[in-house]
Design a protein around this ligand. Structure first.
Ligand SMILES: C[S@@+](CC[C@H](N)C(=O)[O-])C[C@H]1O[C@@H](n2cnc3c(N)ncnc32)[C@H](O)[C@@H]1O
Length: 352
């Protein structure tokens, strides 16, 4: 583990290894853009559809400039995203079809990459001023494209929550199948609500958010899906928007760290109050390291990255101690279950 690196003479940094590290990250910057270009122009999909295709054929089928597609393919091969032979017939490397060619697959990362190339890039440009002034541009009210890009980035978590995490909470599925109610706090553009209506067709779903841009997209998505009769959307804070003891579960996906620290306890208290007795609270979020040493440990690398990337959104990631304090103060007395999934997302659950 990185925190022990200095004890192992073999891994003692050298000038060369430090230089190589920077070159590797700079290469990662190019890889990020290469992926985004390939996703947006449909190159991954074209190669997935016809494995063993040549760059010239890809260029022809997509109406692209052939020499650029040639270099894209050579570079993608070098990065391990494509496989191919010297005859320059390329196919996707193993699993890259799910990860980059199938929008809607739980492992799809095209949306997350685009969030970086499009929006994080803008934020980093603005960082020089922000570091001087301390200013932040919050999540809410940015643009519909931004809200959609965030939702695309968390799609895998939404599928996991609806198909696995919620159904596995003891006794919950039975209640929802018998006409119970489910509340999502921070529902954003409503994609997870749509997953919930499919996973629990007998349940009533309620979505709450303070972002008018996301709520507008959510309203449209829910109407288009024909499920408006069983989904309620309420703008505002959960404490005032949802009646006491009215739902069997509350779920928040990538929301806790987005809530201003000053009102976090109030929001978690509101979630607790909205739950019926024995109701479940499920949080999928990121946990900030509690110590400096932890910040080099594998499970915290992704939260560290988010903490930096969302710094000028005004987001402050909670530590494990802060998460547990919030739940205890709200009134949860039993076990707080905690696990780490994927790149470093924390799944917390507690029963009222
Ligand atoms: C990263 S987005 C996640 C949206 C959605 N859960 C998803 O997975 O796509 C965080 C959401 O939390 C919402 N949010 C932040 N503070 C909130 C609060 N106090 N009450 C309700 N929603 C809040 C934001 O407006 C935003 O829509």
């Amino acid at each position: 583990m990185a925190s022990n690196a200095s004890k192992d003479p073999g891994s003692e940094p050298t000038a060369e290894s430090q230089v190589a590290k920077i070159f590797e990250w700079r290469r990662g910057f190019n890889a990020t853009h290469l992926i985004d270009i390939g996703v947006r122009l449909g190159i991954f999909k074209a190669i997935a559809d016809i494995p063993g295709t040549t760059p010239g054929q890809v260029a022809d089928s997509l109406g692209l400039h052939a020499p650029y597609v040639e270099t894209w393919c050579t570079t993608a091969y070098s990065f391990g995203l494509l496989e191919g032979e010297e005859d320059r017939k390329f196919r996707l490397a193993p699993f890259i079809d799910d990860v980059l060619a199938k929008n809607g697959h739980p492992r799809y990362l095209g949306g997350y990459v685009h969030l970086g190339t499009e929006f994080a890039t803008e934020d980093f440009r603005y960082c020089l001023d922000a570091f001087r002034s301390g200013a932040a541009v919050p999540f809410q009210g940015r643009s519909e494209e931004f809200a959609e890009a965030v939702a695309a980035g968390t799609f895998g978590l939404q599928v996991l929550s609806a198909r696995k995490l919620l159904p596995e909470l003891p006794g919950l599925k039975e209640k929802l199948d018998a006409g119970g109610a489910l509340l999502e706090v921070g529902c954003g553009t409503g994609r997870h609500l749509l997953q919930l209506t499919k996973a629990f067709p007998q349940a009533r779903c309620i979505g709450v958010d303070i972002d008018p841009t996301g709520m507008k997209a959510a309203r449209e998505a829910i109407e288009n899906a024909g499920v408006a009769d069983r989904v309620d959307l309420v703008a505002g804070e959960v404490g005032t928007a949802v009646p006491e003891a009215s739902v069997d579960a509350v779920v928040m996906i990538e929301v806790l760290h987005e809530i201003s620290p000053g009102i976090r306890q109030e929001v978690i208290d509101g979630c607790y109050r909205a739950l019926r007795p024995d109701g479940w609270f499920l949080i999928v979020d990121e946990t900030y390291p509690s110590t400096l040493a932890e910040s080099r440990q594998l499970e915290f690398l992704f939260p560290i990255q988010t903490g930096f990337e969302e710094l000028t959104w005004g987001n402050v990631l909670p530590t494990r101690e802060e998460q547990e304090q919030l739940l205890r103060s709200a009134g949860f007395k039993g076990e707080i279950s905690r696990s780490i999934i994927g790149e470093g997302f924390t799944v917390l659950s507690a029963q009222k």
